[in-house]
Design a protein around this ligand. Sequence first.
Ligand code: DX5
Ligand code: ZN
Length: 224
Amino acid sequence: MNNVLIAPSILAADFRCLDEQVKAVHEAGVQWIHLDIMDGHFVPNISFGPPVVSSIRKGTNLVLDTHLMIDDPNRYLEAFREAGSDIITVHQEVCPHLHRTVSRIRELGAKAGVALNPATSVSQIKDILDDVDLILIMTVNPGFGGQKFIQRTVDKIRECRQLIASSGRSIYLEVDGGIDTVTAPVAVTAGADVLVAGTSVFGVPDLRKAVKDLMESVSPRHTP
Ligand code: DX5
Ligand code: ZN
């Protein structure tokens, strides 16, 4: 297993002092920031768009990991790339021409990710592995922070890790939703190597400690 990366999701951050909060998690040792983009169509909630991504970009050199929970993401790929996204992840469920979409993301110079909802089978991405840099297994139904980790998704993480291993390619396996010090080791043991964490990092008073606790929970010493 490679090093496990923590990608705090700013969805749970205090937007009055976003720059400060991003700097605090950077100092705590994270390398990625997860940006949840919601459109009120694909998911019931609305979050923020390219101008906010662009502002965050001005204050940090962390990897901006952008998770598009939006219908027809093809319309916005350029905008998010121009705003400074390093990784752009689209949902399989809204991309009938997924190969075209991920190819376009790479043409724009970003890394391409594909996300799967809890009800979407891992088999849906087996023919696209040569063309992606990241697979995101949703461990909750997308749309809101603070939801409970769906245990059934652990089998999917395991299945996806096997698929990646058999492809022989280097692809990040990210998990998103309900990740805390209890569920993180479960996901990592199943094969995840990037952990998105919103509430468990930004929803607690001491976010530096939260990052440290999360990292420790998946250190080889603790992972069963
Ligand atoms: C859910 C988002 C997640 C969310 C995670 O729709 O994709 O990234 O912010 O939040 P927590 O960690 O609170 O489940
Ligand atoms: Zn997300």
